[in-house]
Design a binder for this molecule. Structure first.
Ligand code: SAM
Ligand code: DTB
Ligand code: SF4
Length: 333
């Protein structure tokens, strides 16, 4: 593709264009993605997010990668919905550790209109009042539920497409790709920002990765946040024996996502623990500008906070302020 058009915000990417970008010789690809990154973002700034599993395990779905699916025998401690005070305490600790975004995840197929949902709304209210960007990932939601969460102060909703529509049926049978797209539409309709990405390393073909990127990059608007996860192969899940994703595949995914969706935050998400600082630096150079920090993702280990601090120092990275904080700074100045 012509270099002059790089960095243009587009929603009509074709598979052959995406394929050409993905196959650009690696150093050239990183260089191009880094250029696009700098047109829209501060290159030394990384958004730091903390995840909290507010309801763990016992999920009725059959997502082949997931340790929280009740049907697989994994080493997970099932836990009912946490109390609001515990969640607020965790959010406070995350804020003190430097996170500006707090993402609450629940092992639900979908949200039901019951007391648990009211409790989640209260969590959203209290955590957003702390000045953190609040994100939730609770499974499928209706437009009405999305609106209630938005009114409570929710900033983003995470709902991943995980892979291509074609490969989806190999990974999950208990719901359809169309169900995911419907939830994403409900989220959009009420004015929440969208966090939507996928997982690589689940046995999918390269074509599935390209198709996933095309589905994301032809959304209008693009998802504001695009998590790229490397499969965390958990013992007891059907994908336990998948071979680890190499950093080169991760860099190609990140760089391609960066070029296709220049304004979005591209998150180097699950699987980061397997990458050295040097490898992560390549991912940042390729356009990743968001990470999950904290010792745990939802149920699996993440990079140690001390090591991340060292990495930020070594690479001269600074954590990005929360959107809400930036807004209030602007309005008070
Ligand atoms: N239950 C809700 C749902 O599935 O939408 C929300 C929580 S679910 C754990 C959130 C996302 O985590 C999934 O969509 C998937 O992309 C990611 N995920 C789960 N297990 C993973 C694993 N072992 N490796 C990488 N990503 C994983
Ligand atoms: C996303 O894309 N990755 C996060 C978050 N969004 C919810 C989840 C990763 C989960 C990894 C496996 C675990 O810790 O259970
Ligand atoms: Fe349940 Fe979400 Fe895990 Fe699928 S990914 S099994 S829906 S918790």
């Amino acid at each position: 593709m012509e270099e002059t058009s790089l960095g243009t915000l587009r929603h009509d990417w074709t598979i052959s264009e995406i394929e050409a970008i993905y196959h650009t010789p690696l150093l050239e690809l990183i260089y191009q993605a880094a250029g696009v990154h700098r047109q829209y973002h501060k290159a030394n700034e990384v958004q730091v997010c903390t995840l909290l599993s507010i309801k763990t395990g016992g999920c009725p779905e059959d997502c082949a990668y997931c340790p929280q699916a009740a049907r697989y025998h994994t080493n997970i401690k099932v836990q009912r919905l946490m109390d609001v005070e515990q969640v607020v305490a965790a959010a406070q600790a995350a804020k003190e550790a430097g996170s500006t975004r707090f993402c609450m995840g629940a092992a639900w197929r979908e949200v039901r209109d019951n007391r648990d949902f009211d409790k989640v709304l209260e969590m959203i209210r209290q955590v957003s009042n702390m000045g953190l960007e609040v994100c939730c990932t609770l499974g499928m939601i209706t437009e009405e539920q999305a609106r209630k969460m938005k009114e409570a102060g929710l900033y983003a909703y995470n709902h991943n497409l995980d892979t291509s529509e074609d490969y989806y049926g190999e990974i999950i049978t208990t719901r359809q790709y169309a169900d995911r797209l419907q939830t994403l539409e409900n989220v959009r309709k009420v004015g929440l920002t969208v966090c939507c990405g996928g997982i690589i390393g689940m046995g999918e073909k390269e074509k599935d990765r390209l198709e996933l990127l095309q589905t994301l990059a032809t959304m209008k608007p693009h998802p504001e946040s695009v998590p790229i996860n490397a499969l965390v192969a958990v013992e007891g899940t059907p994908l336990q024996d998948q071979k680890p994703v190499s950093v080169w595949e991760m860099v190609r995914m990140i760089a391609t996502a960066r070029i296709l969706m220049p304004r979005s935050f591209v998150r180097l998400s699950a699987g980061r623990i397997n990458f050295s600082i040097v490898e992560q630096a390549l991912c940042f150079l390729a356009g990743a500008n968001s990470i999950f920090a904290g010792e745990k993702l939802l149920t699996t280990p993440n990079n140690l906070p001390q090591t991340d601090l060292e990495m930020f120092e070594l690479l001269g990275l600074t954590p990005r302020l929360a959107y809400q904080t930036e807004l209030s700074l602007t309005s008070s100045s």
